[in-house]
Design a protein around this ligand. Structure first.
Ligand code: MLT
Ligand code: MN
Ligand code: ZN
Length: 322
């Protein structure tokens, strides 16, 4: 894959998204997993390419970048993505902000790796910001250096450069069906104490072209209003955690269903393949794939079925310009 760097002067500017990590929490292969998929990845099988944990980077100008979630693999993700590396002076980063879609470990643990006194802004719902604030280890991102900005459901805001300059992007956070982070689950509460701000999707629009990317790496269902929101979109990156709802149990890797984990499986009447079939989305890309998902394997029947339904399965380093 060609390295991704700043665009040459005069090049046509379009909003770009780079998939930094296409796997769900645990990555692919996962440290303690010997499932068939993970074994093939470890053996270097080209049809089972390793993947890092869930994250993407977006920019409207190729200069100012925003991370969408911040995975435990962020250091390596930056090192293999030239666009995200320092290029002005001894201490610099083109990363002006991190936008979180939930408080899950795979989406927030990488924040601890961005602790070297570098200013950027952290965007998340009040609920997720409160979870981070309640955990003093995240104070390594000193609030006077890393500003916290609340995402209000249904409202838009312009994520901006570290000098407050506009970055050509408008972001909207919207609630999606989901689940509170695992470490915050209340076993006695209904839906483990989940509230609307626990799981969001993002619309990222290029203020120059008006085109939008929808980034929804965790979503437990597609109710009609969410379907209407996504209908006709240019690009949707969507939760591809599992192929079947009982995949963990069926593969012997665990007990929880995808639904129990706050994710929608691909197949079945309530799966994402069926839910998107009539939404007329121009480009549909699965992200956040669990290592047990057979669609991860580029030579599988499941991958062929996904592609026949008009989807792509993200790989690390995949870049899409709108
Ligand atoms: C998930 O997507 O279900 C979470 O990443 C699970 C976790 O926090 O390990
Ligand atoms: Mn996850
Ligand atoms: Zn595995």
């Amino acid at each position: 894959m060609a390295p991704v760097g700043p665009l040459p002067a005069g090049a046509c500017i379009a909003m770009r998204i780079i998939i930094l990590g296409s796997a769900a929490g645990g990555g692919f292969p996962q440290w303690n997993c010997a499932c068939g998929n993970c074994a093939r990845a470890r053996a270097g099988d080209p049809a089972a390419r390793p993947r890092t944990q869930s994250s993407a980077a977006v920019s409207a100008d190729g200069e100012t970048w925003f991370l969408l979630n911040c995975s435990p693999d962020v250091r390596w993700q930056i090192e293999r993505t030239p666009a995200l590396q320092p290029r002005r002076g001894i201490r610099h980063s083109p990363i002006a902000g991190v936008v979180l879609t939930n408080g899950d470990v795979d989406h927030v643990a990488g924040l601890l790796s961005l602790r070297e006194g570098q200013p950027f802004a952290l965007y998340a719902t009040g609920r997720v910001l409160a979870a981070l604030a309640a955990n003093p280890i995240f104070d390594v991102l000193r609030p006077e250096v890393v500003e916290r900005r609340a995402l209000v459901l249904g409202a838009t805001l312009p994520p901006c450069g570290t000098g407050g300059e506009p970055a050509g992007i408008e972001a909207e956070a919207f609630a999606v069906p989901g689940k509170v982070a695992l470490y915050l689950e209340n076993p006695r509460a209904e839906r483990f104490g989940t509230v609307a701000e626990d799981a969001i999707g993002l619309r990222l629009s290029d203020t120059g072209t008006g085109r939008s990317i929808y980034y929804v790496p965790g979503c437990a269902a597609l109710p009609a209003d969410l379907g209407r929101r996504l209908a006709g979109a240019d690009l949707v990156l969507f939760d591809g955690t599992t192929w079947r709802d009982d995949e963990m149990a069926a593969s012997g890797a665990g007990e929880k269903t995808a639904g129990r984990m706050g994710h929608m499986c691909m197949t079945g009447d309530s799966g994402s393949l069926a839910a998107f079939a009539d939404l007329d989305v121009r480009r549909k890309v699965y992200v956040h794939l669990n290592n047990t998902n057979p669609a991860l394997l580029s030579d599988s029947a499941e991958r062929a079925a996904v592609e026949a339904a008009g989807w792509q399965v993200a790989e690390d380093g995949m870049e899409i310009a709108l």
